[in-house]
Structures are given as structure tokens and as C-alpha cells.
Write a protein of this length. Structure first.
Length: 249
């Protein structure tokens, strides 16, 4: 396994790349070191990251203009912020548009991290995250295992067509295990959650139930914890107004 450690900033960055194949890579930095992301992907497509171990600030960040990303057999942590899909839309530039789509993360492990799988957008402009699958991911003492954060803003950033399946393990009870904070003006739509089993670490007592704000989808009634805050799916008419792929290639 090839390795790199203690980079002063991002360990690896792929910007404007096509057909990237990474296999058996180890990237490490101390958990307290800021902005030492393992891998940053922006404006790139057809990227594979397989059989790797990353312990950094953000394990993997997937940013604006990225699509057709396949991540498998990845270990994130200990420490850091997990796997993050981020739309970096410049604040105040109301004509900007950013998109991330067709991303799969499966058969992976995240441990002792602030976040597990996370979608985060900045305010201003517009954009979308769509066609995302998180499947068979184990969590060990993760503070926010599943999180969408649109800052409850009035921006036009949104998330749709996301499948979250087989997310199991333990979470730090300081936060809710599932947090969907979507935009006031544009909802998160077509979220599918099934086979979720998240319990407090070290036998702790559940403090906060899952949180949903303007989030629509379907859920498995047997998931733990119960995700009763998720609203029934939007009508076909309203879904048609959410155009989020920004020109699929």
C-alpha cells in the first residue's frame, strides 16, 4: 500500500481530471490538524477510489463540477470529518451554479469522526447534489453519522435522488444521528433510507431524535432510530421543477 503522511494542507487534489483510478493508498495526519483533507475532487469525472485508508481533516471532499465518482472499501479515521460532498457556491454571486452528481460510496468504514456521510452547501447562487448512493457503511463513535446541511437558507441549493442504505454502527450522543437541514426555498427530495441501525456508543442514552427540515422521501419503518420526521415524497409536478443535473454528460 502506497502512503503519504503529515501533509501541511490537502494530501491530494484532482481538479479538471478525467478517469482517475486510486487503489491501496494510505494518507495520514494528526486528527487535530486543520485543512489536511485526504483527497479533494473538483471539476472531475470518472474517479475511482478503492481499498484505501485515510485519516485526515476531511477524509474525502467532493466539490463543484464532479460526477461519476465511485468509492469502495474505504476506511476513514480515526479523527476528521468523514466523507463530504460540498457545493462551493461563491457568497453573493447569485448567478453562479454548482453541481455534484452520480456519486457512490459503499462497503466502507468511518470511525471516531465528527461526521460520517455529509452533504454541505454554502449560501448564495444555486446548485444541486443528485444521484448519490451511500451503501453498507459502518460507523464507530461518529458524532454526525448522516447529515445534509444547507444552512436552512433561502438559497436555491438542493439535494435530490439520494439513497442511504445499510448505515450501521454507533454515534456520539452529543448530536442527532440523522440531520437533514434543507433549504427553506427548495426542499431535499427523493431521499430513500433503509436498513439504518445507529445506536449510542458505549451504551449511552438517546438525547436527540433525527432532525428533518423541508426533507421529503421514503423510509424503512424498521430503521433505528425511527426517522418519522421525513415527509412523504413531493408530488410529480413539484419534482419536475427540480432540475439538478446541470447537463449530464
Amino acid at each position: 500500500m502506497n502512503s503519504n503522511q503529515n501533509s501541511p494542507q490537502f494530501h491530494m487534489t484532482f481538479d479538471g481530471c478525467h478517469e482517475v483510478h486510486i487503489n491501496s493508498l494510505r494518507l495520514t495526519s494528526p486528527p487535530s490538524s486543520p485543512n489536511t483533507d485526504g483527497i479533494l475532487i473538483e471539476n472531475s469525472n470518472t474517479v475511482e477510489i478503492h481499498n484505501s485508508v485515510i485519516s485526515n481533516d476531511d477524509c474525502i471532499s467532493i466539490g463543484t463540477g464532479s460526477y461519476n465518482i465511485d468509492i469502495r472499501n474505504l476506511t476513514c479515521g480515526p479523527g476528521g470529518h468523514g466523507i463530504r460532498l460540498t457545493l462551493l457556491v461563491l457568497l453573493g454571486n447569485q448567478n453562479s451554479r454548482a453541481c455534484v452528481y452520480n456519486v457512490t460510496v459503499r462497503d466502507s468504514f468511518i470511525n471516531f469522526s465528527d461526521n460520517g456521510v455529509r452533504i454541505k452547501t454554502w449560501q448564495g447562487g444555486s446548485g444541486s447534489v443528485s444521484g448519490v448512493t451511500f451503501d453498507n457503511i459502518q460507523m464507530d463513535t461518529v458524532r454526525n453519522p448522516i447529515i445534509i446541511d444547507h444552512y436552512y437558507s433561502t438559497s436555491k441549493n438542493f439535494t435530490k435522488d439520494m439513497s442511504i442504505v445499510g448505515i450501521k454502527g454507533t454515534y456520539d450522543i452529543r448530536s442527532s444521528p440523522i440531520h437533514f437541514g434543507c433549504s427553506n426555498s427548495v426542499p431535499c427530495a427523493n431521499l430513500t433510507l433503509s436498513d439504518i441501525e445507529l445506536v449510542p456508543s458505549k451504551g449511552g442514552v438517546v438525547v436527540d431524535d433525527p432532525f428533518c427540515w423541508n426533507a421529503y422521501g421514503v423510509r424503512d419503518e424498521f430503521s433505528v432510530p425511527s426517522i418519522s420526521c421525513l415527509k412523504s415524497n413531493l408530488s410529480t409536478l413539484l419534482l419536475g421543477n427540480l432540475s439538478g443535473n446541470c447537463g449530464v454528460r
